[in-house]
Ligand binder design. Sequence first.
Ligand code: FAD
Length: 485
Amino acid sequence: MTRQRAIGCRRARLHVPEPVGRCRSVKIMGERVVVVGADATGMSAASQARRMKDASALEIVVFERGGFASFSACGIPYWVGGRVREREALIARTPEQHRARGIDLRMQTEVTAIDLDDSRVRVRPPDAGAETWVAYDHLVIATGARPIRPPLPGMDAAGVHGVQTLDDGRELLETLEWVTGRRAVVVGAGYIGVEMAEALVRRGFDVTVVDRGAEPMSTLDPDMGAVVRKAMCGMGIEIVGNTEVSAIRTGPDGRVAAVVTDTMEYPADVVVLGIGVRPETRLAEAAGLPLGEHAGLCTDLAMRVRGYENIWAGGDCVEVLDLVSGRLRHMPLGTHANKHGQVIGTGIGGGYASFPGVVGTAVSKVCDLEVGRTGVREKDARAAGLQYVTVTIESTSRSSYYPGATPITVKMLAERHSGRLLGVQIVGREGAGKRIDVAAVALTAGMTVEQMTALDLGYAPPFSPVWDPVLVAARKAVTAVRLRG
Ligand SMILES: Cc1cc2nc3c(=O)[nH]c(=O)nc-3n(C[C@H](O)[C@H](O)[C@H](O)COP(=O)(O)OP(=O)(O)OC[C@H]3O[C@@H](n4cnc5c(N)ncnc54)[C@H](O)[C@@H]3O)c2cc1C
């Protein structure tokens, strides 16, 4: 098997085009890594591999079909909202900077096929020239996720925008600049939808958010989603739940005029889609690589695609192990993507690192409202067969007498009998969101809610009450476990 692969590599290398950039002069003696996708996962993997091995030992070629590498999609809502002024601020490292570090990064170059038998990929160059085959010793699949676009009438109309890439952000900003009406509809009330709602409010739009779920932020339990809805309504954002979008109606000029739902129409001068994403695994699937239940690639702990020694995958195109429920899930987050890349680069560089899984931690904000979540929701716990108790408490961000103290709501789930922490959701104002990290650490450590009550957290009136809201919830959960456990 290894021998066959080596022969395949040599044969395929006859077709390799000249590397571009500064790497051109480097004489390659060692192995070649081919990376597909040049954002968080791909460039973290490439950079880490380069740190571990120099160009004489490892040639690193990265193919990116888009026009940007190493950019922060996470920053798009803040760029659109005007908090971040320059698009360039969202670019961590330019292609030239990567090339200067010995990574052969080829932009606007799409990988169109993977040939597993001969260990090579087919590449379409930017100028629509002839496709060529490039051999690899290691292949990194870092193709990310693609946004869900239901095939509804009017979905492609002018004025309907996604927010997946920097080009999407620029196009949306252009629309916002010249459009005269001030009505915006956001379809989807997940974290990207609510962050975009804030961005549009900051740009002076009247914002309606339409979602098929009863409450916004379906990553929370509905009772906590209701807290978010109430706060968003208080900010003047209209939330329309339990509503399916059936079409986008266009005006005589072909531009978006309204979002049509089962029950009524919502006039719109601009529409932003935040309906969610799917793993971008079409390339991998076509090559015959096995996909999991959520259409993502499944890897081992070192981020190798299961059953393939020299194929690695990470970021939004893989499924990750949920350490709380024990199930695989698709959780497309930049924080995981960067860690996956680091693990992959270390492995390719000859070292050892692993990604054990996630506890499902995420934070987001809409205007001055902060939302944090970690672990399982009630419905996840039920689906995993976990028996649990829940508590919800109201507290404050600072000592109640200290200026600026604001309300915080904390919901906690603990396992019946054992009292093991299962999940936490937090909604509040300044200082609420990142409190979730305490719960994430407790979950990772497998702590019980009783053990949590003894955590030695920092206290001073400007930062928290003497019992931090997370600990207040843990104390109440201890009682609930005793009573109902
Ligand atoms: C608006 C928005 C806000 C977000 N906010 C947060 C946040 O606050 N916190 C958080 O943790 N995460 C956030 N995320 C998610 C985060 O951006 C992603 O999880 C992260 O970018 C995933 O990185 P990746 O490298 O796996 O995939 P991607 O960033 O999607 O990169 C994949 C790359 O592969 C390229 N590619 C795909 N197929 C091919 C091919 N065949 N050939 C060549 N190139 C190919 C694509 O063009 C793309 O550049 C946000 C995402 C968005 C859209």
